[in-house]
Design a protein around this ligand. Structure first.
Ligand code: SF4
Length: 286
């Protein structure tokens, strides 16, 4: 009998922005005025959100009912008017917006002020995109897919920013189509390095492994994208949040299992998955 070979992707798990935000939240728990809230879940990982709830950090959707305490802005950033409102209400604001997201927000604002028609490539309803749009006073247009470009009118000057977790392939495809719509196009490639590294490492591993396991919140856009990339590489892929979801039958007939994790997945969840898979017997006699 033999064990499965388990390989971890070269880049997997927490990115700089998530680590920074979690550190800021932990500091807030120790030293800032209670109660402590996050606008939306601190990261898109239900297990981590639960742990923070136990230490008194609760996600809320709106600050309208908050009368005192501390509000943490998560990595995705928010509409600056909401920050102003929180300050006006006397709340302490801890801004954990990832600096790479802040760059995308600033680029969008700069383009809008420079007279460009601003295009944001990304998922319309994702909080990061909603926050970037707010930095253009809602004037920017969102392009999720190449097909959305049909609704965009020609313009003298088009300015483009990208949701930090989009893929370079998507950016290239959309830019190629936008090119015919304007005399001048200014593009800020605001895709974050952590995203590119995790996507490339996942793709590489998926081409070698027989099956891929992607660990992370089902509500995490960057984790779901890793799973799609592995599937696009033609490798059977399962997206799970915890080791409990592992089904031994998935691995029947396979030798090598690739494991990766989204930028919002803690190391301990990834370790548990790798440990559990490493213990599974291939079920074949050697
Ligand atoms: S993926 Fe990139 S942009 Fe998003 S939080 Fe992490 S470091 Fe920041």
């Amino acid at each position: 009998m033999g064990r499965l070979k388990v390989e971890r992707a070269d880049y997997a798990g927490y990115c700089y922005g998530v680590e920074r935000a979690l550190k800021m939240a932990s500091t807030a728990v120790k030293s800032h005025e209670k109660p402590i809230y996050t606008l939306g879940p601190i990261i898109h990982n239900p297990q981590v959100v639960e742990l923070f709830k136990k230490s008194g950090v609760n996600p809320i959707d709106d600050i309208k009912d908050v009368k005192k305490g501390t509000v943490i802005i998560r990595t995705h950033g928010i509409d600056p008017k909401v920050t102003d409102k929180a300050i006006d209400r006397g709340l302490r604001v801890v801004d954990a917006t990832c600096p790479f997201v802040a760059k995308a927000q600033n680029c969008a604002e700069e383009l809008m002020r420079g007279g460009y028609e601003v295009i944001v490539i990304g998922e319309r309803d994702h909080p990061e995109v909603v926050g970037i749009l707010a930095h253009t006073d809602g004037l920017a247009r969102v392009v999720e897919e190449v097909s959305d470009i049909a609704e965009i009118d020609s313009a003298k000057k088009l300015g483009v920013v990208v949701q930090t977790t989009q893929s370079l392939t998507k950016l290239r495809e959309i830019i190629a189509e936008l090119a015919s719509l304007a005399g001048e196009i200014k593009i800020y490639n605001t895709i974050c390095n952590a995203t590119t590294q995790r996507q490339e490492a996942a793709r590489d591993l998926a081409t070698k492994a027989d099956i891929m396991i992607v660990v992370g919140g089902k509500n995490s856009a960057n984790t779901s994208r890793l799973a799609s990339i592995c599937e696009e590489a033609g490798t059977k892929t399962h997206h799970i949040e915890t080791a409990d979801e592992i089904d031994e039958t998935w691995f029947e007939g396979y030798e090598c299992v690739g494991v990766t994790a989204g930028a919002s997945t803690p190391e301990w969840l990834l370790d548990e998955v790798v440990d559990n898979i490493s213990k599974i017997d291939k079920g074949t006699d050697n």
